[in-house]
Design a protein around this ligand. Sequence first.
Ligand code: TYM
Length: 333
Amino acid sequence: TKVSLTGIKPTGEPHLGNLIGAIRPALTLAEEYDSIYFIADYHALTTERDPAAFRHYTRSVAATWVTAGLDPNRTVFYRQSDVPEIFELTWAMSCVTGKGLMNRAHAYKAARDRNIDAGEDPDFGINMGLFNYPVLMAVDILIMEADVVPVGRDQAQHVEYAADIAGSFNHLYGDSYRFKIPEAVIPEEDSAHTVPGIDGRKMSKSYDNTIPLFLPENKLKKLVRRIPTDSTPVEEPKDPNSSTVFQILEHFATPDVIADTRKRLEAGGVGWGELKNQLFEVLNAEIAPLRERYNELMEPGSDLDTYLAEGAEKARERAGKVLRSVRKAVGIS
Ligand code: TYM
C-alpha cells in the first residue's frame, strides 16, 4: 500500500480552512492508504515565541485531528518533536542541499521582499529556522517514505523541494540507499477547497481572519456577525458570489440548501443578518456534537497523551530504519 503523510503547524487554533483544505482530504486518503499524520511543532518554533501559547496550540492541533476522525489505531499519529531521528536526518540532508535552492523558497523570498520594500536590511528578522524550513519539511516527508502528501496549494513548492532534495541524495548515494520521491496531492479546483476568512481573503493564521473550529457557541455567533457585508437593503437582490458569508456557507451546507439560498439571495428579500444566522446554524450543527470530545481531549492526562506516545514509538521505529540506512550510505556507522 502507498503511504499518505501530512502535517499541521501549531501556530494558532486550527480553523475551518485547515479542516476543509487538509484534515478532511487527509482523512479520506487514510481510508485507502497507509497514513502518517503529525503535528509540525518544531516548524512552528520559527515564529512562535510564547511557550504557553505554543503548548496550547500543539495540543489543540492534536485534539483537532482526533476529533475530526483520525483513528490512532489506523494512522501513525505523533508530534514531530518526539521523533529525534527527523532532526538528525535534517543535518545530513542539509549537507546535500544547495543554498541556491533555499534562496528561491517562496516564504523566505517573501520575507526578504517585505524587508526590501520597507527599506530594511533584506535579512532583518529572518532566522535560520525560516531559511532551513524546507529542509526540515523535506525530511518529515522523506524519513517516512511517503508517496503522497495531501496539502493546500501554498505548500506545493515545499513538496517539490522534498523531491529535489531526495534526488540530490539519490544521485550521490543511490547505490546504497534511495529515497522514495514524494508527490503532493492538491485539491484540483482551488476555490473549492480554499475557505475565505472573515475579511474575504484566504483564511489564514497569518491574516488573523480565521474562524477557529471549536469556539464556544456564543463566540462563534459573534465572529460570524463580524463578517463584513455590503449595504444592499434587505429587499434588494444580492450577488451570492461576492459574499464572504455565502462562500463560507458553500463549504458546509448541503447542495440543496446552497442552491436554495443562492436563489433566495438573488431574488431579494433576504438580509445579510438572516444569512449570517443561517451560516451560524449550519456551522454550529457541524461543530456542536464535536465540542465535547474536543474539550475532553484537551484535558491534561486525556487519551490524547496515550495516542501521541504510542504514535511516537511507531514513528521512531519507521524513521530509525531510514536513518540507519542513510548513516551507512554516507559513511557513518
Ligand atoms: P499549515 O499549518 O500552515 O497548514 C496546514 C494545512 O492546511 C492547509 N490550509 C488551507 N487549505 C485551504 N484553505 C485554507 N484557507 C487553508 N489554510 C491552510 C495548508 O495548505 C496545509 O496543507 N509547512 C506546513 C506544515 C508541514 C507539513 C510537513 C505538511 C510541516 N511538515 C510535511 C506536509 C508534509 C504548514 O505550515 O502548514
